[in-house]
Design a protein around this ligand. Sequence first.
Ligand SMILES: C[S@@+](CC[C@H](N)C(=O)[O-])C[C@H]1O[C@@H](n2cnc3c(N)ncnc32)[C@H](O)[C@@H]1O
Length: 176
Amino acid sequence: MAASGQNVHGEADLVCRYRPSSVLDAGCGTGRVAVELARRGITVAGVDADAEMVGAARAKAPELAWWHADLAGFSTDHRFDLVVLAGNVIPYVAAGSRSAAVAACARALVPGGRLVAGFSLRPGWPTAQEYEGWCADAGLMAEHRFATWDGDPFAGGDYLVAVHVLGAAHVGHIER
Ligand SMILES: C[S@@+](CC[C@H](N)C(=O)[O-])C[C@H]1O[C@@H](n2cnc3c(N)ncnc32)[C@H](O)[C@@H]1O
């Protein structure tokens, strides 16, 4: 992708616009996003339900914190400025556990922290409205909706990048 001129770090770029000091990469897979954020000087941790993925992430960056856990039951004493759900994590979480997974992400945030999630809107997958409902139940307020990780405005297309704020009562500022 990089060789063909595509931005392979769109997720990290968007996350960095919110200037977090600490980020939890939830559903981190092999650590693609977390490793890039760490390279940019952000304190990161990753969590994933797949032991092999976590093992690959740990092998890639042993100095970072990697946790093997199902998001639906996940809890940590750490609090992060931002939690990112990149690469269709929410659709891959079991249908009955998605609301619990979003709630766990919210619990991992500092007050005013952000949850940033990007996923395809496909038949049979969670809808934008369902996701918004799980966020509202977790005390998260909608801040931005994008169609891409580059920050293009969302106009009802087939991909959503949703940004929510924990307990915030206003729409915040985004770095351009
Ligand atoms: C398509 S991959 C995306 C990986 C990574 N975020 C990325 O963008 O490269 C989806 C990831 O979600 C993880 N996942 C699915 N359900 C999960 C759950 N309940 N708790 C934690 N991770 C989960 C999978 O193990 C997988 O690594």
